[in-house]
Design a protein. Structure first.
Length: 323
């Protein structure tokens, strides 16, 4: 199970989330990305004003049609873009613990570092590590009250789709397949212990046991961010890590340089880097192997690039192969 801090845009929306035990994600590709990232059974807290609110378990997810007219959140217009968004993607939450804690607590250091290096939120969600989850599981007190039920009347749900063909896009029901979605597919794939152990063995990292590792989403660094971070969930004396860079299309030599930078910034505890893309040129492969980087290609078996697929369809047919 994973733990996420969900960014909330304003105080009114935060209060509505808490009152009704709901998290809402916008009709944007970032909203869909968050909806795919967070799975039923995961834990979340809300993040607003540099404070963390409560702990919940995700009981159910749903995507709702005509959500621009549905409570509890009014549409939000962002000042910088001028675009207005509503909340079709929703997570129904089970309250676990109640607390309000400042992000400056050392227990939130993993996420606080991401915030600091990004210069603010500018992101829908942040994945925290298992150490953070263990800490928040002892904060505040057990929730003794249930959420206020929200009456929506007759609503129709849908399963969001993804396509490689831009002409098929129909927000919020169909989005173009993008790199952020690929990152999430790979994180879920590697979060399966068997898949992770097979990948580690295929790239020669035989000294790592999948059962002792956790697979985390974006991790900010001073010169960018690692797409996926594989690290020991309960390090003892040393915290071994593997960094993963993901490219939607063909990998180029600059991507090798980028991953080398991330490996250096991660430090001596970094055991290696994995570079994932649809394809590699011969020159890029030679450079990657010279730098000690493990190249892998991804494929989604049987894909018709003009068709529409659910995230679950893509999960079932994803392959990761060492080159």
């Amino acid at each position: 199970m994973a733990y996420f801090l969900i960014s909330v845009s304003n105080r009114t929306n935060l209060e509505l989330c808490i009152r009704h035990g709901l998290a809402g994600f916008t009709n944007s590709v970032n909203g869909l990305w968050t909806f795919c990232e967070v799975e039923e059974g995961d834990f979340i807290s809300f993040l607003y004003g540099a404070r963390v609110f409560n702990l919940y378990r995700v009981r159910e997810k749903a995507a709702l049609r005509n959500a621009e007219n549905l409570p509890p959140w009014p549409p939000v217009t962002f000042r910088m873009s001028g675009k207005t968004y509503y909340f079709p993607f929703r997570a129904i939450l089970e309250p676990v613990r109640e607390f309000q804690e400042s992000m400056v607590r050392p227990e939130f250091a993993y996420v606080a570092e991401n915030l600091l290096l990004r210069g603010g939120y500018r992101k829908t969600h942040f994945q925290a590590d298992q150490t953070t989850l263990q800490s928040v599981s002892q904060m505040g007190y057990l929730s003794a009250r249930g959420p206020e039920l929200l009456t929506l009347g007759r609503v129709e749900s849908f399963i969001p789709g993804l396509s490689w063909n831009r002409a098929r896009v129909r927000n919020p029901e169909i989005f173009k397949f993008q790199e952020s979605i690929l990152q999430t597919l790979l994180r879920h794939f590697l979060s399966n212990g068997k898949n992770l152990q097979n990948v580690l063995a295929s790239v020669g990292l035989n000294g790592l046991e999948a059962g002792s590792l956790e697979v985390l989403g974006e991790k900010a660094l001073p010169e960018g961010h690692v797409d996926i971070l594989i690290k020991e969930s309960t390090p003892k004396g040393i915290s071994r890590k593997v960094v993963v860079e993901v490219k939607l299309g063909s990998v180029v030599p600059q991507d090798v340089d980028q991953l080398c930078t991330y490996m250096r910034e991660t430090g001596k505890e970094c055991l290696g880097g994995l570079l994932v893309g649809r394809s590699f040129s011969r020159r890029t492969l030679v450079l990657a192997k010279e730098m000690g980087i493990k190249p892998l290609t991804y494929a989604v078996v049987g894909i018709d690039r003009d068709a529409v697929y659910t995230f679950g369809d893509l999960q079932k047919n994803l392959l990761l192969t060492a080159v």
